[in-house]
Design a protein around this ligand. Structure first.
Ligand SMILES: [Zn+2]
Ligand SMILES: [Zn+2]
Ligand SMILES: [Zn+2]
Ligand SMILES: [Zn+2]
Ligand SMILES: [Zn+2]
Ligand SMILES: [Zn+2]
Ligand SMILES: [Zn+2]
Ligand SMILES: [Zn+2]
Length: 277
C-alpha cells in the first residue's frame, strides 16, 4: 500500500482487499512438505486456501463467506431466505485435499495439510497468499492486510490507521464504525481501501475519487474542505484558468468562494494530508 497515491490518508482495509496484491511467492521450500502440500492450488476467486467453510447459518459448504453471500444473499430470489454468513460462528471446515469434515483448526486432522499459510482461528480466516501481510488486530477484533508494522490502532477512532497518520490525524470517535457517506457500506470491515479525510471522517477511496470528479470538495458529514494541500492548489489553479477564460463576473464569485473556504482548506492541510505525498 505504500505506493498508493493516497497513502497519507490510508486506514487499514480489512483482511480481504485482494486487488492491490500480487500473488504470493511460491510456498517456502523450508516448510514441512506435508503441511505445504497443495499450497496456492486451491480456493476461490477471493482466496487461495485449502479448506472450505461449513456455513453455520444454512449448513452448506462454501470456500469463503463472499462465495456464500454471493449465492445466499446477492443472487437469492426469495427475500425471506436471503442472509449473510458470520464467519466467527463457523465451527467446521472441509479439507480441500482429502475432503474430511472436521472442527476448525490450522491444519487437517486427517491428511495434515495446512489450511492456509496465514491462519487466524479467531476470525476463522485462511489464506495462502501471504504477500498481503495479514495480521490480526486484537482491538479491531478482525484481521487486516498491509503489515502489522505499517499500522497502529487508534483507540479513539477505534480502528487501525497507517503509521503515517500517527500523531497527525484528527480523531473522530468511532470514525470507522459508520457507513460510507457516499455508498452507505459499513466501513469498519469493508474490503475496499478507505481514505481518512483531513477532518477525520472516513470514506472509501473510490467514493472519494468519485466525489472529487463531480467537483464536490467538502466532507458530506461536516462540510469541511476535503482537499489535501496539493489538491487544493491544483483546484485553485483550475479555477483560475476558468476565471481567465470567462471574465470578470466569475472572478468575483471565485474570490467570494476562496475567502469563505480558505480557512477550512488550511485546516485540511494541517490534518492527515501531510506533506509527503
Ligand atoms: Zn448460510
Ligand atoms: Zn470465495
Ligand atoms: Zn485433509
Ligand atoms: Zn483475525
Ligand atoms: Zn485495529
Ligand atoms: Zn484517531
Ligand atoms: Zn463508499
Ligand atoms: Zn468531515
Amino acid at each position: 500500500m505504500a505506493d498508493h497515491e493516497e497513502d497519507e490518508f490510508m486506514s487499514g482495509s480489512s483482511e480481504e482487499e485482494d486487488d492491490q496484491f500480487e500473488d504470493a511467492a511460491p510456498c517456502s521450500p523450508d516448510n514441512d512438505p506435508t503441511k505445504d502440500k497443495g499450497c496456492m492450488e486451491h480456493g476461490c476467486d477471493h482466496y487461495k486456501r485449502r479448506c472450505k467453510l461449513v456455513a453455520p447459518c444454512c449448513g452448506e459448504v462454501f470456500w469463503c463467506r463472499h462465495c456464500h453471500n454471493q449465492v445466499k444473499d446477492d443472487s437469492e430470489q426469495d427475500a425471506a431466505k436471503r442472509h449473510t454468513m458470520d464467519r466467527k460462528q463457523v465451527r467446521e471446515v472441509v479439507c480441500a485435499l482429502c475432503d474430511t469434515r472436521q472442527p476448525v483448526a490450522a491444519s487437517c486432522s486427517s491428511c495434515g495439510v495446512g489450511f492456509g499459510r496465514y491462519v487466524c482461528l479467531q476470525c476463522n480466516f485462511f489464506d495462502d497468499t501471504v504477500s498481503k501481510e495479514q495480521f490480526h488486530c486484537d482491538e479491531c477484533g478482525i484481521c487486516r492486510v498491509g503489515g502489522r508494522a505499517n499500522f497502529f490502532h487508534c483507540s479513539t477512532c477505534n480502528c487501525c490507521y497507517s503509521t503515517s497518520l500517527q500523531g497527525s490525524h484528527i480523531c473522530v470517535s468511532n470514525s470507522m464504525h459508520q457507513n460510507c457517506p457516499v455508498c452507505c457500506e459499513f466501513l469498519f470491515d469493508s474490503i475496499r481501501p478507505i481514505a481518512v479525510l483531513p477532518c477525520g471522517h472516513t470514506i472509501h477511496q473510490e467514493c472519494h475519487r468519485e466525489m472529487m470528479s463531480h467537483n464536490t470538495i467538502t466532507c458530506p458529514l461536516c462540510l469541511k474542505c476535503i482537499l489535501s494541500q496539493g489538491d487544493a492548489q491544483r483546484y485553485w489553479a483550475l479555477l483560475d484558468q476558468q476565471v481567465r477564460a470567462a471574465g470578470l463576473f466569475i472572478v468575483t464569485m471565485r474570490v467570494a468562494y476562496a475567502v469563505s473556504s480558505s480557512r477550512t482548506a488550511l485546516l485540511g492541510a494541517a490534518g492527515p494530508a501531510g506533506e509527503g505525498g
